[in-house]
Ligand binder design. Structure first.
Ligand code: ZN
Length: 307
């Protein structure tokens, strides 16, 4: 990477030429999207998590977005008891909480028994916070099993415990921008921070276009989508623009329950280690999708580092 900032600004300029235009659709149907947020009560330490949560929750209220599942890792609350305010604010705003395992374990790296125990260990906290809530599970790293056998074992365990699985179809990789964004804001590099926000927004729009187009290819019709965000610093600083962009592109917000009525989520692609749900659907049919847009990762490594 030569001059990271010049490169980033070029990338951003390529990705966001003016106000986003609606995604063309002969039927004029809106793109239906449910919103979910991972890594409650703490995703990063860029600023106090209750502040980040308040910013996100206020934006969801302004845009009338309902039933935004927040997926919880209990260990983070054990490490930072002051973050309990995040979970209480989430519920007070009328949004439910889901299980993201106790310690955000990676099924590719820890034994199956430990992974399953991590699901169960998170349950007392969740049932204490929302005694009558439905049980919903989000896989950390969106990894469902390195082998089909592991995948089936986790699914069997989740079924025994009564969980619905919260798959993801729109994944803007906000988490990848966050460390760089926090570095830039920490040293008051406002231009670089603004460029990173613009880059994430550009990627989020491109990911929506990709998911909308590729779902039609592999399912044969439009589907109800699930968007993944995180309780991150850059999320707080882009949420208003991201939601507005999506609405201009033709998104209609739906609840998680509405998304789950799409029959596509009743099926199990039953494939090993394919991550995000649309990739699983492609893999199950032996088809390779065109690559989705990705963050400028080389640049994110170097920007706002001491030179
Ligand atoms: Zn996570």
């Amino acid at each position: 990477v030569g001059d990271p900032k010049a490169l980033l600004l070029t990338l951003v300029a390529l990705g966001c030429a003016g106000r986003p235009k609606p995604i063309a659709d002969k039927t004029q149907q809106p793109i239906e999207v449910a919103v979910t947020v991972d890594d409650l009560p703490r995703h990063d330490s860029g600023r106090p998590p209750p502040e980040i949560a308040k910013t996100l929750l206020d934006a969801f209220a302004r845009h009338r977005i309902r039933q935004v599942y927040g997926f919880v890792n209990g260990k983070k609350l054990q490490d930072h008891p002051e973050d309990r305010a995040v979970l209480e604010a989430w519920l007070a705003a009328g949004h439910p909480l889901g299980n993201h395992t106790w310690a955000h374990g990676d099924i590719a790296k820890i034994p199956l028994d430990e992974y399953l125990a991590g699901i169960d260990r998170n349950e007392p906290l969740l049932s204490e916070l929302q005694p009558s809530g439905r049980k919903v599970f989000r896989y950390p790293f969106l990894r469902e099993g390195v082998t089909v056998e592991t995948r089936r074992a986790v699914r069997a365990h989740l079924a025994t415990r009564g969980y619905r699985i919260a798959e993801v179809t729109i994944d803007p990789f906000d988490w990848a921008y966050n460390p760089a964004y926090i570095r830039c804001t920490d040293i008051s590099r406002a231009d670089d921070a603004a460029a990173l926000r613009a880059s994430l927004l550009s990627e989020a729009r491109a990911k929506l276009r990709w998911a909308n187009a590729e779902a039609r290819v592999i399912v044969g019709r439009p589907i109800r989508h699930v968007l993944l965000l995180h309780l991150g610093t850059i999320d707080a600083d882009t949420i208003e623009d991201m939601l507005t962009d999506y609405e201009r592109l033709g998104v209609r917000w739906i609840s998680f329950d509405e998304a789950m009525t799409d029959p596509v989520y009743a099926g199990d692609p039953d494939v090993a280690d394919e991550g995000m749900f649309l990739f699983q659907l492609f893999d199950a049919k032996g088809v390779t999708p065109p690559p989705p847009p990705l963050p400028p990762s080389a640049l994110l490594k170097v920007i706002c580092r001491p030179s």
